[in-house]
Design a protein around this ligand. Structure first.
Ligand code: MG
Length: 400
């Protein structure tokens, strides 16, 4: 096979809905051959764009598209300082685009290059939420009627229904929440949903690192009778060691990791078998290449995958998740954000859902593309995020 080289690295930014998305498009020396990858770090989207434009692109021009592994390793070490979210997302965009190109050259979907399918489709979970328990139950039942079997249930937003407590005079605006109220209300809600939907439906909940370690232990213990599928991000990565204590006190399955950037963060929780599901955001770790390695590592320790799959992953990233899902022997579950019609129009090939399962298409590569003309009609807005300006009742800033 003749050597195909990287001719251009284009960064496409768009905002079809709430989240700003970044997609890398690699143009090759072979006419008509290109690849796309997800580089979405929605809160710092322009920093990723600059990293790609000024640092990654000049390094890549003229390189051999087939050398994914070598290019990934060199992109990671080339800047000397490494493993940060901006750089990792920039590398991810390139990495996925190169896998897409390799698949197109081979005439095979990427899951074939990984080793082929272990399953035809990936079971997904969806988000049921509401401002009252009745609303959460109604939303969950609606999903069950549509064929979904795995439902994440949340009362209120992350951190619950907010804080009604008196603030100190002069406190700044922000997304206030009360961890104790959140905990009490959501534990009760999970019990009520379990009673309403019966024992067969799988229930999940995302603590979103909103609790202190000792309250996270209490949460995991108190929901034990409700037979959950998993409890997500009970703690922040900074509190990794506390997962040992959660494990000792409760048999509630634990999923962790959408904030992890660095292998040091996930290695100990897997090696010590403190978690049941690893759920990194794959662009945040550097793309398909490190996610494949992580899946294999986790498999050795009996830990399953549950890749992060919300609205702030681009549809290209969702397609990459799905290729890993249908291949990985230790696939656990896939989070699914239920794309809009606009998403399907802007990203031809975006996987489709049927009775709670997500199916890959059989196109070569990642099987997804971007309609750049349509994407340009929805430019990224200069947002200052509100929901991540999180505060405790006394005004103290905390992790969102
Ligand atoms: Mg989450």
């Amino acid at each position: 096979m003749a050597t195909v080289r990287i001719e251009d690295v284009q960064i496409i930014l768009t905002q079809p809905d709430r989240s700003r998305l970044a997609v890398v498009k690699i143009i090759t020396s072979e006419p008509g051959l290109y690849g796309v990858g997800c580089a979405t770090f929605t809160q710092r989207i322009f920093a990723v764009q600059a990293a790609l434009e000024h640092h990654i692109k000049p390094f890549l021009i003229g390189r051999d598209v087939d050398r994914i592994e070598e290019l990934w390793q060199m992109m990671m070490v080339h800047g000397y300082w490494r493993n940060g979210p901006v750089l990792n997302n920039a590398i991810s965009g390139v990495d996925m685009a190169l896998w897409d190109i390799k698949g197109k050259r081979a005439g095979m979907p990427v899951y074939q290059l990984l080793g082929g399918k272990c399953r035809e489709a990936a079971a997904v979970y969806v988000h049921a939420s509401g401002s009252t328990v009745d609303e959460v139950i109604a939303s969950a039942k609606n999903f069950i009627e549509q064929g979904y079997h795995y439902i994440r249930v949340q009362l209120g937003a992350y951190g619950g229904t907010g804080s009604q407590r008196t603030r100190p005079e002069g406190s700044p605006d922000g997304a206030y929440f009360d961890p104790r109220t959140y905990m009490r209300e959501n534990i009760a809600m999970i019990g009520q949903v379990r009673a309403a939907v019966g024992p067969d439906i799988e229930l999940l909940h995302d603590i979103h690192e909103r609790l202190t370690p000792i309250d996270a232990i209490r949460f995991a213990k108190q929901v034990e009778p409700f037979d959950m599928f998993f409890l997500e991000d009970a703690l922040a990565p900074e509190d990794n060691e506390w997962f040992a204590q959660i494990r000792q006190h409760a048999a509630t399955p634990i999923a962790m990791g959408e904030l992890y950037n660095n292998p040091h963060e996930w290695r100990m929780v897997i090696q010590n078998r403190w978690i049941d599901y690893i759920r990194v955001h794959i662009s945040q770790t550097g793309g398909l290449t490190p996610a494949r390695n992580l899946a294999i590592f986790a498999h050795v320790y009996g830990v399953k995958t549950a890749w992060h799959g919300p609205q702030d992953t681009s549809p290209v990233g969702h397609a990459a998740n799905l290729h890993l899902d249908v291949w990985a022997p230790n696939f656990g579950i896939q989070e699914w954000y239920r794309p809009s019609e606009l998403d399907y129009a802007m990203f031809p090939g975006l996987p489709k859902i049927k009775h709670g399962y997500l199916y890959p298409n059989e196109l070569p590569g990642l099987g997804i593309d971007i309609d750049e003309k349509l994407a340009a009609e929805y430019p990224c807005q200069p947002i200052i995020e509100d929901w991540t300006q999180t505060r405790l009742p006394d005004g103290s800033p905390v992790r969102p």
